[in-house]
Design a binder for this molecule. Structure first.
Ligand code: SAH
Ligand code: SF4
Length: 364
């Protein structure tokens, strides 16, 4: 059986340089190739006419450009959110979301097909785990969104706050399907590629990784001083309440998680975002607000409150906005803790947090 073709999106610029040397080609051509991949965002190997013939022949014979075909694209009714169902080489599917609002252009990318962590309220958790994504499959999602933006084929409303049709991809959140720290190495290689200043140039301030609380992964991020924003999905401030929502808490208990977060913030000097899915009657009372305030006391923290988005497998109800405001006010007044309430966007196309799951493509 022949070796699988090299996916160009799997390689950092340095790895690509090494590959050219291995092929006994002048590594100087990496710059042009990289430009094709990440500035011009070409969608095929044939669209690189300026490369020397020998390099083009190698690329054609031994590599592939892991462009992910779109199986389905949906846009929210307000036009600010687009969701892409993308097909992988082995016919598995993943979802990627483009969000354009409040002047930010953000791609929400997946790190796995499904997820092994089984959070009760999450559609991805409800579908179970199939496999990790490769670095190239993660990078290809960002490229897909960047290319869509570049084509400016999307019909955004002209009244978009701060929006204009030609805006380029500015931010990446690893908040799509999957648990990124369960797929650590591939995610970190993908981030290195996304950050490359000669390519998509999505630097430290532009990449946010959200984790369910994989303690060894958080400690490794700190040790390796990975340049990114870290978000930790908390949802509850006691071990028992958290384990009922997030089964992974049994493996990585709350006290170990908080110790890892402390180490992370002390080592990197970075503030952590703590995510809290607000579920009416479950974790949204004044007492809950105080318990999260106590838990985060002394930590460099911001709380991101996410009113529950509906999923088929969970009967919970989202907290009403007055209750969310009350929660926020307690954090601010009693604990001096900044917080935001995530706007409910893209819910009509199931593109909100925790709504990503691959169902058989249905017509919009
Ligand atoms: N696996 C990672 C990142 C993907 S989920 C993590 O769990 O952090 C991104 C965020 O969406 C997490 O904070 C997650 O808890 C939240 N989320 C999952 N299901 C949700 C739902 N139904 N409503 C609102 N937020 C949800
Ligand atoms: Fe996985 Fe995150 Fe969903 Fe939990 S919330 S099941 S960790 S994707």
């Amino acid at each position: 059986m022949s070796a699988p073709r090299l996916n160009l999106y799997d390689l950092t610029r340095e790895q690509l340089r090494v590959q050219l040397v291995r092929w006994e080609l002048n590594p100087v051509h990496v710059a042009r190739l990289w430009n094709y991949l990440y500035i011009e965002l070409v969608a095929s190997l044939d669209a690189m006419p300026e490369l020397p013939p020998k390099l083009r022949a190698r690329l054609a014979a031994e590599t592939q450009l892991g462009v992910l075909p779109t199986a389905l694209e949906t846009a929210s009714s307000d036009g600010f959110t687009h969701k892409y169902l993308l097909t992988l080489n082995d016919a598995e599917k993943i979802e990627t979301v483009l969000m354009r609002y409040t002047g930010r252009v953000t791609a929400c990318v997946s790190s796995q097909v499904g997820c092994a962590m089984g959070c009760v309220f999450c559609a991805t958790g409800q579908m179970g785990y199939t496999r990790h994504l490769t670095p190239g499959e993660i990078v290809a999602q960002a490229v897909h969104v960047a290319r869509a933006l570049k084509r400016s084929a999307l019909s955004f409303q002209p009244s978009a706050p701060g929006g204009h049709p030609a805006a380029r991809l500015r931010n990446i959140v690893l908040m799509g399907m999957g648990e990124p720290l369960h797929n650590y190495d591939a995610v970190m290689t993908a981030i290195d590629i996304l950050r490359d200043p000669n390519g998509l140039a999505l630097g430290a301030e532009r990449i946010t990784l959200s984790t369910v609380g994989v303690v060894p992964g958080i400690l490794r991020l700190a040790q390796e001083m990975r340049p990114l924003h870290l978000a930790v999905s908390l949802h509850a401030a006691t071990q028992a309440e958290r384990a009922a929502l997030v089964p992974a808490a049994k493996k990585w208990p709350l006290d170990e998680l908080m110790a890892a977060c402390r180490t992370y913030s002390e080592t990197t000097g970075r503030r952590i975002f703590y995510e809290w899915t607000l579920i009416e009657g479950k974790n949204d009372s004044e007492a809950h607000a105080r318990s999260v305030g106590e838990l985060l006391r002394g930590l460099s923290a911001q709380v991101n409150l996410i009113p529950l988005n509906p999923t088929e497998g969970y009967a919970g109800v989202p907290t009403r906005s007055e209750a969310a405001k009350r929660f926020q006010k307690i954090l601010a007044d009693e604990f001096d803790l900044p917080s935001t309430v995530r706007q409910r966007r893209g819910i009509d196309i199931a593109a909100g947090c925790g709504q990503l799951a691959v169902v058989e493509a249905r017509a919009g």
